[in-house]
Design a protein around this ligand. Structure first.
Ligand code: URA
Ligand code: SF4
Length: 190
């Protein structure tokens, strides 16, 4: 299966310097036939150790939001990051590391063919939606590109730092549920 081949190739990737310091490549997690894809920034320490995206505290918060609107990585979403290997000491990825890694995300899009893409936080939103995208001001807004709906919400790690923003983030997930009902056919059975 093409998706498994892509994963195997990605797990062996040495296209940028981050391969030297990673423990595991974090390819992504979820259903390869998902209609909804979530994109984060890059692995942190727990993700690097386990080889899975969003498994630390912010990941637990993300999973709770997903569950609240009938989504889960075990059934109907796919979660990935822009950069697949953890930068040392969680520094920001360098431009050349982003550029080296982006083809993996492109291939994931090509095979999964999501109908909806949700960017988690500023970095993902600015790489995927628009370079000057303001997550603070524009989260929850939708744009359509080549037949795919894009939106962004506050990064769960930002919500852990500023819990008072949780209600506005939750509104984004409620709006996401509406958009899924509108444009997806398999995500919510019945
Ligand atoms: N933050 C991210 O952006 N991605 C992860 O996988 C974990 C934390
Ligand atoms: Fe390859 Fe991306 Fe890891 Fe760099 S960050 S080694 S491009 S998978």
């Amino acid at each position: 299966m093409e998706f498994e081949q892509l994963k195997a190739a990605c797990l062996a990737c040495t296209k940028c310097g981050l391969c030297a310091t990673r423990t595991n490549v974090v390819f992504g997690d979820g259903a390869p036939n998902a209609e909804v894809m979530f994109i984060g920034e890059g692995p942190g320490q727990h993700e690097d150790e386990q080889g899975l995206p969003f498994v630390g505290r912010s990941g637990q918060l993300l999973d709770r939001y997903l569950e609240a609107i009938g989504l889960s990585r075990s059934s109907n979403v796919f979660i990935a990051n822009i950069v697949k290997c953890r930068p040392p000491q969680n520094r920001d990825p360098l431009p050349e590391e982003w550029d080296a890694c982006l083809p993996w995300l492109r291939e994931q899009f090509r095979l999964i063919q999501p109908k909806i893409v949700v960017c988690l936080g500023r970095i993902a939103a600015q790489r995927i939606i628009r370079p000057d995208f303001s997550v603070t001001k524009e989260h929850g807004q939708w744009t359509r590109k080549n037949g795919v709906w894009f939106t962004a919400t506050l990064h769960p790690a930002a919500l852990l730092r500023s819990p008072s923003k949780k209600p506005e983030a939750f509104e984004d997930y409620v709006a996401l549920r509406e958009k899924i009902r509108e444009v997806c056919s398999r995500t919510y059975p019945g």
